[in-house]
Design a protein around this ligand. Structure first.
Ligand code: FAD
Ligand code: NAG
Ligand code: NAG
Ligand code: NAG
Ligand code: NAG
Length: 590
């Protein structure tokens, strides 16, 4: 017999295939800058590698200066309709727009995910991962940036000194936030449009969290926010996803000093005898290998999994590892080490009984009502310990299966368990994740061939402290069933059949510790693989070479406490200014 999970997965695969056919119609082609013709041996002032969250920002800001010739190179092509419509992102993982990189099976974590590995989804298209991410906009806590400043040994990276870049990047369009908070800390004139999607359905969730000591706030991005709950700001405006491509590239299509080269994979950074990065080697859409020169700098923004791979292929990385592939070492640095992520577990509770929703969902909206909460064991602490993203699914919703099975990629038994356990009721699907993980993973070369994916040792729970803390946090969160709002609904935890945990007493530390490991997955917040401190100086320059910077999620010393895209954008905004300061307004006339 075919299970409902198998049916939903098969349906989405069929939808993916159909969408691939629709891609031929180029429905979204009009939205994006065209691809430039770049010949072998061409020269630009700056070459930016990767048009994702960071690369799009930097291309925009550097090309504001008309005298600078900018080339942005992207391995993927235009984002398809399923990216542009914010409501159907579960169809994107494992499609042509995902690199399909997975973690290595460590035989310990992620064992309830498909194939025992985490699907490290990463976008291959204009906008990169911002063209498939889940659009929750979180600045993070000032404490996170204090750590950046310490790692970089440069106060320029503390929150208060970065605040101007948050404000510069954001365009908050929520009337309530603007009415209450004004514009002192809130950006209103940036490229990144931000809205909220309030829902009455969130009322019992707010009430329950409030009873557990969370203040209900309008804007959890306020710099003085520590713990509490709110409806998040979303990268959605006018019913469209506000990817970095939509926000930062679409408006600059007509800048003549900005060239975009699509469907072209950079394979190597080229160095001269004095360790100056002078250009890149790339494979074009036609399969031709070309060299392009950078008169001033090469800037790597290929994401936290591929930027370290590119560095290592170019001779920048751990000596022994590079020599094992006969790659001549240009700078011996711990590239690829220190991989960090947030570690999640999914917890599902039943809410009020009801009928399944039969009306078609509006694809222009975030799929379901959502709140995000930031919590700490000590609620007086100045920063949170864990985040919960609380999604409300209607009764018997196949969307729950899509999230469980296609986005998180849990095995069918797990998703079937959540689905059956919630039958006939709305469900609260909580993405519960640890914000400050001690565990570290690693990105390594699989071979010296740039078309082979890197090896990613995810490393989650490699430090026991994280499992211990996660158990405490899950136990802390589980108190929600005893709140008045949840009792009134007859709410219950949906219990999964986890053979190795079943004999443990429910609700104990030991049970939640077992649960945490059994539900371990990825939050896709890969970061810090070529970071300020060990690999980069505080101006994001790669140590031991010249004219090469890294300015994506790889560069941050630690992930911020929440979803990290806003921090990547801010890092890139700051990078663009650092570069402009280095070269002054008109380097060619100097
Ligand atoms: C499934 C998922 C959900 C997420 N949800 C959220 C969320 O709700 N909120 C949030 O804040 N964050 C979220 N994130 C995280 C956030 O999207 C990423 O941290 C951020 O986009 C990373 O930006 P980046 O610039 O470092 O890399 P990317 O945006 O991934 O950009 C890298 C770009 O480089 C290109 N590239 C790679 N290699 C090459 C090469 N060799 N040559 C040329 N181009 C190359 C890629 O194709 C890509 O376009 C999510 C991430 C994922 C994967
Ligand atoms: C990812 O996997 C899917 C399904 O196997 C495949 O169709 C797609 O082409 C892959 N993506 C890339 C970039 O290779
Ligand atoms: C785990 O994290 C703790 C706390 O930071 C640290 O003291 C310890 O050295 C780490 N252990 C390992 C094995 O890395
Ligand atoms: C809820 O309250 C009951 C009765 O006080 C208690 O036995 C139970 O452990 C509580 N549940 C949780 C999850 O805290
Ligand atoms: C579940 O957790 C137990 C206890 O930690 C562990 O022995 C078991 O391997 C885990 N199973 C899975 C599938 O993760």
């Amino acid at each position: 017999m075919t299970s409902v999970v198998e049916t939903v997965v098969a349906t989405v695969r069929a939808v993916q295939a159909a969408l691939l056919v629709v891609t031929g119609l180029q429905l979204t082609g009009y939205m994006w800058p065209p691809s430039a013709t770049v010949s072998n041996g061409a020269t630009y002032d700056f070459i930016i590698v990767g048009a994702g969250s960071a690369g799009s920002v930097i291309a925009n800001r550097l090309s504001e200066e008309p005298s600078l010739k900018i080339l942005l190179i992207e391995a993927g092509g235009d984002p398809p309709i399923e990216s542009v419509l914010p409501g159907i992102f579960p169809t994107i993982p494992n499609s042509a727009y995902d690199y399909n990189i997975t973690s290595e099976n460590d035989g310990y974590t992620s064992q309830n995910l498909k194939n025992g590995v985490a699907g490290l989804t990463a976008g291959k298209m204009l906008g990169g991962s911002s063209s498939l991410h889940h659009m929750i906009h979180v600045r993070g806590n000032p404490n996170d940036y204090e750590k950046w400043a310490q790692a970089a040994n440069d106060e320029a990276w503390n929150y208060w000194n970065l605040l101007e870049y948050f404000i510069k990047s954001e365009k908050v369009e929520d009337e309530n936030i603007l009415a209450v908070e004004g514009t002192q800390y809130v950006g209103t004139d940036g490229y990144l449009r931000l809205t909220k999607q309030p829902s009455e359905d969130n009322a019992p969730i707010f009430a329950a969290f409030n009873e557990l000591g969370h203040e209900i706030v309008l804007n959890s991005n306020n710099p003085f926010f520590t713990v509490g709950i709110s409806e998040p700001l979303l990268n959605i405006a006018d019913g469209l996803r506000q990817s970095a491509a939509e926000a930062y590239l679409r408006p600059i299509a007509d800048r003549s000093n900005f060239h975009l080269l699509k469907n072209t994979q950079v394979t190597k950074v080229l160095f001269d005898d004095s360790n100056n990065a002078y250009g890149v080697e790339a494979i074009t859409a036609d399969g031709e290998t070309i060299t392009i020169n950078a008169h001033l700098e090469v800037i790597l923004t290929a994401g936290a999994l591929i930027t370290p791979q590119l560095l290592m292929l170019s001779g920048v990385g751990p000596r022994e590892h590079l020599e094992s592939y006969n790659i001549p070492v240009i700078s011996d640095l711990p590239v690829g080490k220190n991989l960090q992520d947030h570690i999640p577990a999914i917890v599902v509770h039943t809410l009020a009984p009801g009928e399944p929703v039969t009306a078609p969902a509006n694809p222009h909206l975030f799929p379901v009502p959502t709140t995000t909460a930031y919590s700490a064991l000590d609620m007086n602490q100045a920063y949170p310990d864990y985040q919960t993203i609380n999604l409300i699914f209607p009764p018997d919703s196949t969307a729950l299966i899509q999230f469980c099975s296609l986005v998180f990629a849990y095995k069918d038994e797990i998703c079937q368990g959540f689905f059956d356990g919630g039958s006939g009721k709305s469900t609260l699907f909580t993405v519960h994740n640890i914000l400050y993980a001690e565990s570290r993973g690693e990105v390594l070369l699989r071979s010296a061939n740039p078309t082979d994916a890197p090896i990613v040792k995810h490393g989650i729970y490699s430090n026991e402290t994280d499992l211990h803390n996660m158990a405490l946090y899950l136990q802390h969160f589980s108190r929600i069933v005893n709140t008045t709002a949840f009792r009134d609904m007859g709410s219950e935890l949906v219990e999964l059949d986890l053979p190795e945990c079943n004999n443990l007493e429910r609700n104990t530390y030991d049970y939640w510790r077992c649960y945490a490991l059994n539900l371990s997955a990825t939050m896709w917040h890969y970061s810090s693989t070529s970071s300020m401190g060990p690999v980069l100086d505080s101006n994001l320059r790669v140590k031991g070479v010249q004219r090469l910077r890294v300015a994506d999620a790889s560069a941050m010393p630690n992930p911020t406490s929440g979803n990290i895209n806003a921090a990547v954008v801010v890092l890139a905004e700051k990078a663009a200014d650092l570069i402009k300061i280095t070269y002054g307004p008109s380097p060619r006339s100097q």
